[in-house]
Design a binder for this molecule. Structure first.
Ligand SMILES: [Fe+2]
Ligand SMILES: [Fe+2]
Length: 207
């Protein structure tokens, strides 16, 4: 089964022009296309661009969703973890715009069905849990971690594909976001373990 990772290292660092010949990179090692051109050199490059559009839509949606999650949360610890990640998420949007630019692509969003589903699931958890309860926080953490894991999978793949395509500068920028998604995931685990789950376990069902 082919993977995105195998054989990538041998090509990392190379730059190619549209016809496959070498060209002088104008921005570090980053592959440059005609500004705004949607022309792709390969199916893998098309997959890369489509996935960038997808995660760009997702990140923009999250900048609207995270404030709602923060408002719905019970504990100060979870509220501040969400607030911290909201600031990072705004940075992720900007980094993606930078990556589009580095690749010579138009900044474009494409609806991400997976993220839409994960956000809907988060909304249902808030609706189905009591306001002010620790169980609500446990549910929000679960929903938020599903989002983080989706982002980790996406950025992890994008970093490897960027390397394979010789877009090392883009890979480095995407890697910064990947690290922040992992940190956010760990932070949520910490909040669950230290501040939420045990208190939630004591909550009775009130009908
Ligand atoms: Fe993000
Ligand atoms: Fe995130």
């Amino acid at each position: 089964m082919p993977t995105t990772k195998s054989g990538s290292s041998s090509r990392a660092g190379k730059t190619k022009s549209a016809n496959g010949s070498k060209e002088k990179p104008s921005n570090g090692e980053t592959l440059k296309h005609e500004q705004g051109s949607e022309q792709e050199n390969s199916q893998l490059e098309k997959l890369f661009t489509d996935s960038l559009k997808d995660i760009y839509w997702a990140e923009k949606q999250l900048t609207k969703t995270l404030p709602k999650m923060k408002k719905a949360a019970t504990t100060d610890e979870l509220k501040s973890a969400i607030e911290e990640h909201l600031a990072q998420t705004e940075g992720h949007v900007k980094r993606l715009e930078q990556v589009f630019d580095m690749c010579g692509k138009k900044v474009q969003a494409k609806k991400c069905d997976a993220m839409e589903g994960l956000i809907k699931e988060g909304d249902s958890i808030v609706e189905e849990t009591e306001d002010g309860s620790m169980t609500r926080d446990a549910g929000i953490i679960m929903a938020a971690q599903k989002v983080e894991h989706y982002e980790i999978a996406t950025y992890g793949s994008l970093v490897q594909i960027a390397k394979t395509l010789g877009m090392n500068d883009a890979a480095n920028v995407l890697h910064l976001t990947l690290d922040e998604e992992k940190q956010a995931d760990e932070k949520l685990t910490e909040v669950a373990e230290w501040h939420v789950n045990q208190a939630a376990e004591k909550e009775a069902i009130n009908n």
